[in-house]
Ligand binder design. Structure first.
Ligand SMILES: Cc1cc2nc3c(=O)[nH]c(=O)nc-3n(C[C@H](O)[C@H](O)[C@H](O)COP(=O)(O)OP(=O)(O)OC[C@H]3O[C@@H](n4cnc5c(N)ncnc54)[C@H](O)[C@@H]3O)c2cc1C
Length: 471
């Protein structure tokens, strides 16, 4: 059976991968000339990589890790020491660590919290633990119910004080969703904490050994095409064509550079586009349906990814770092963390600027100047005095609409992969799945969409029908 999929991000590619596994023929249409969507990366004129986002993988990403195994590229995940590392703005140039010992969950994470005395007092640790008890005891259902509150309101209800909020939850909220605790749905950090408390290696971090486009997306494309599927770049979906009842009759692909538009027909259709470009494309007959009206409440959030190349090593740390800066979220020295970006003498800091609402329209120069001012606070030893680190070059990648804005109440409006339209499915990290707006969420959504299609159109049934038509 032919399945047309719009979008070659991780969700669209994962959907195609699992469809070929089920004996179907996917055709993936990507608007841009690069694979990967939010994980897309490019080489600059010097041959240095820059990316849409600084990406890390967690031990609690079962579907992603399974995918790496199925593609035979498991060795490309570079697992780091099991720890979370935070800058200490009040003690510039120093770090606070949550080192997770290699003992069963949840005792490993609890031990890491008990041992850390820089960021939490004993009273705060106690209140924090008591506040988390309902999530631990009542599990995912409780976590999902907490979607009605923003994180700040939930923390207040639990009697967790302001310091824990400022120290840990701002960092977690910005890292997971690019927004602050007063906006984020409480269920988001609770979901992450719950997984970290349940899985021994859940909070362990890995970096890919090179660019996601080449080292993860390309092997997915090779796998799909070797089994009869197709992936087309520069093939933007222009219109979802339907009959009067709303059933999809074709995907209209915009012709580029003077070429004519083309109609692609298939047995089933998937949108693996982000929610923002999908909304204006919804056919009129679908717009009245609750399913799509609810989905339209979702929108992507602004984020900025920065790359700074320096003439020397700024840090030797081979890990993800939580900046705890008002401007920045997480960052890493990619010259330490990533094999293909390695440099023994110079640093390439990749940093996420979030929340980015007030910065997205500013010039690259303004953004770099503000970031350098923050770095001076984090690393005064390199940016004060006579022998200052020199910024060799920089690159700013702005994404005005990235993952969905995870506000309180948004979990319930996330659409399922199966839609009310018989031959139309959704994939994407904004769709309903038990992970966040993450790479794991994207891969799982693609897999769930492929499963829903395979259930509706079992390969054996399709081949019998195709054979009958051929006769
Ligand atoms: C700065 C940043 C840092 C991040 N860090 C992490 C992290 O550390 N860990 C983690 O797990 N996740 C992280 N994420 C989130 C993760 O990247 C996303 O959740 C995931 O990649 C989304 O995949 P997707 O396939 O659902 O959507 P997308 O990647 O958005 O893919 C959608 C695709 O659809 C295409 N498209 C759009 N319109 C059309 C059209 N008309 N026709 C055809 N194609 C179209 C787009 O070009 C794109 O390729 C980060 C994201 C960003 C931006």
């Amino acid at each position: 059976m032919r399945v047309a999929i719009a979008g070659a991000g991780l969700a669209g590619l994962a959907c195609a991968k699992y469809l070929v596994d089920a004996g179907h023929q996917p055709i993936v249409l990507e608007r841009r000339d690069v694979l990967g969507g939010l994980v897309a990366a490019w080489k600059d004129e010097d041959g240095d990589w820059y990316e849409t986002g600084l990406h890390v993988f967690f031990g609690a990403y079962p579907n992603m890790i399974q995918l790496f195994k199925e593609l035979g590229i498991e060795d490309r995940l570079q697992w780091k020491e099991h720890t979370l590392i935070f800058n200490q703005p009040e003690k510039p140039g120093t770090y606070s660590r949550f080192d997770v010992p290699d003992i069963p969950a949840p005792f490993n994470v609890i031990t890491s919290i008990i041992r850390n005395n820089d960021m939490l007092t004993w009273t705060q640790k106690f209140k924090f633990a008591v506040g988390l008890l309902p999530a631990i005891v009542r599990g995912q259902q409780y976590v999902e119910n907490m979607d009605q509150y923003d994180l700040l309101a939930w923390l207040e209800q639990q009697g967790i004080d302001e310091r824990v909020n400022s120290d840990i939850f701002i960092a977690a909220s910005k890292a997971l969703t690019f927004i602050n605790p007063e906006d984020v749905s409480a269920s988001i950090p609770l979901t992450a904490i719950n997984r970290f408390l349940r899985e021994r290696y859940g909070s362990k971090v890995a970096f890919l050994d090179g660019s996601p486009t080449e080292r993860l997306c390309q092997p997915m494309v090779d796998y799909i095409t070797a089994r009869g599927g197709e992936v087309r770049l520069n093939a933007p979906l222009k219109q979802i064509m339907t009959d009067d009842e709303g059933k999809v009759t074709g995907y209209l692909i915009r012709g580029l550079n003077g070429a004519k538009d083309e109609v692609l027909t298939a047995d089933a259709y998937v949108s693996a586009m982000p929610v923002d470009p999908l909304k204006p494309m919804l056919p009129k007959v679908w717009q009245e349906k609750d399913f799509f009206q609810e989905m339209c409440k979702l929108e992507g959030v602004e984020v900025i990814n920065l790359h700074l190349w320096f003439d020397r090593k700024i840090t030797e740390i081979d890990h993800l770092l939580f900046s705890r800066s008002p401007l920045l979220s997480v960052y890493a020295d990619m010259s330490n963390t990533c094999k293909e970006y390695a440099d023994p003498n110079k640093s390439m800091l990749e940093l996420v600027l979030a929340p980015a609402k007030d910065w997205i329209s500013k010039s690259d120069e303004e953004i770099i100047t503000a970031t350098m001012a923050e770095l001076k606070k984090l690393f005064p030893q390199h940016f004060d005095g006579d022998n200052r680190a020199k910024l060799l070059k920089s690159k700013v990648v702005k994404t005005p609409r990235s993952v969905y804005r995870a506000l309180a109440g948004t979990q319930s409006v996330k659409p399922t992969q199966k839609t009310p339209i018989e031959n139309f499915y959704l994939a994407g990290s904004f769709t309903k799945q038990e992970y966040l707006g993450s790479m794991e969420g994207a891969v799982l959504s693609g897999k769930l969409a492929a499963e829903a299609i395979a259930q509706n159109y079992p390969a054996s049934k399709v081949s019998r029908e195709t054979a009958a038509v051929a006769r």
